[in-house]
Design a protein around this ligand. Structure first.
Ligand SMILES: CC(C)(COP(=O)(O)OP(=O)(O)OC[C@H]1O[C@@H](n2cnc3c(N)ncnc32)[C@H](O)[C@@H]1OP(=O)(O)O)[C@@H](O)C(=O)NCCC(=O)NCCS
Length: 319
């Protein structure tokens, strides 16, 4: 189990967590902070699958409980929840323990590094300590809690959006076939963690897809893995052929792509680090476009088992 692997580094990570807890002002109950933050994250995950939802729910809970909100309090609450994360993840497949160990190491380092706690880091850390996210390379795989009737409106809205796009971009028959295949099930979701972009490469992505396959093998209630980004756009094959692997690996594994609405944040991401994409955009030769990637569980498991057998195991984060 995870605890066997975690124990070798447990001391270092735990020292980091306690250091973060000691920085908080005023009374602070570790176990109440842990259960409060985790509960808030797990509840919101049933209703909202935006990446920022964990930040919002955690902040609301902290403000309501402590009457204030600051980075020391956020860090302490994350550290408190991290201390008993292993217990929540007891049922995770053993083969994911190295990713969780990586998550602990990174988290302890980030919590003790000082500086402002960015919204994007805080929301990812909250999902991780709630047992709703597994880090891998530059990516994090977000895994929703087991479906319940509470999540039905969210799942229904998401499914309707997929049918709508599918019909608009292909035809009615294909849209209906798609919904027949995936239904209104939850999806696991892929997000880049900008703190670890140095690990952004083909090898890391393959590792992430394998981690997702291990999770999905133990979660038949999840339709598959999805992601939405400018980097799944096929026109990158011309402007940034070095990023072709992002689309190619999933495409070869039989995943489906649908165009999404491109927001200003995605446009900024696409141009942020690349002078050549900026030049192409200014010349009108490249328009950042956001594309959704939908890799159904059967196809992802099939792809992963062709690379290496996906270990079977009980489900991820306990409810
Ligand atoms: C996603 C991301 C990490 C990919 O980075 P990447 O693998 O370096 O690939 P990019 O094409 O973006 O690289 C940007 C520039 O760095 C250069 N570069 C990449 N690796 C390099 C290396 N090892 N040495 C020197 N230059 C390098 C590339 O040549 C490229 O410039 P160019 O396009 O003008 O040729 C990066 O684009 C990023 O951080 N974007 C903003 C955040 C983001 O998009 N998040 C995802 C939201 S869904």
């Amino acid at each position: 189990m995870l605890s066997n692997t975690f124990s070798s580094n447990e001391g270092a990570a735990q020292r980091g967590y306690w250091k973060a807890i000691c920085e908080v002002r005023g009374p602070f109950n570790v176990s109440a902070a842990s259960s409060g933050l985790v509960g808030a994250c797990r509840r919101v995950a049933q209703k909202n699958d935006r990446i920022g939802a964990y930040e919002q729910a955690s902040d609301e809970w902290l403000r309501a409980t402590y009457g204030r909100l600051d980075d020391a309090l956020r860090r302490a609450a994350i550290a408190a929840a991290a201390l008993d994360l292993d217990r929540r993840c007891r049922a995770l497949p053993k083969s994911l323990s190295s990713r969780l160990l990586l998550g602990h190491k990174r988290l302890a380092a980030a919590l003790t590094a000082g500086g402002p706690y960015s919204a994007s880091a805080f929301t990812r850390d909250a999902a991780f300590v709630a047992g709703l996210a597994v880090p891998s390379g530059a990516m994090t795989v977000f895994v929703p809690p087991p479906s319940s009737v509470v999540s039905l409106p969210l799942r229904g809205r998401r499914a309707a959006g997929q049918v709508w796009r599918s019909v608009g971009q292909t035809n009615l028959r294909s849209g209906l076939a798609w919904i027949g295949q995936v239904g209104v099930r939850h999806w696991a979701e892929l997000h880049v963690d900008d703190r670890y972009v140095d690990d952004f490469n083909q090898e890391g992505l393959i590792d992430t897809y394998q981690a997702a396959a291990i999770l999905l093998a133990s979660r038949p209630d999840i339709a598959g893995l999805r992601g939405s980004s400018w980097f799944f756009d096929p026109s990158l094959l011309q402007t940034s052929p070095g990023l072709a692997f992002l689309r190619n690996i999933a495409e070869e594994g039989g995943c489906r792509f649908l165009r999404h609405q491109t927001d200003p944040e995605q446009v900024a991401f696409a141009l942020q680090r690349s002078p050549s994409r900026r030049r192409a955009s200014e010349a009108g030769a490249y328009t950042p476009t956001c594309v959704g990637m939908y890799w159904t569980r059967d196809k992802l498991l099939d792809w992963a088992s062709r690379r290496q057998p996906v270990p079977e195991g009980p489900l991820a984060p306990a409810a």
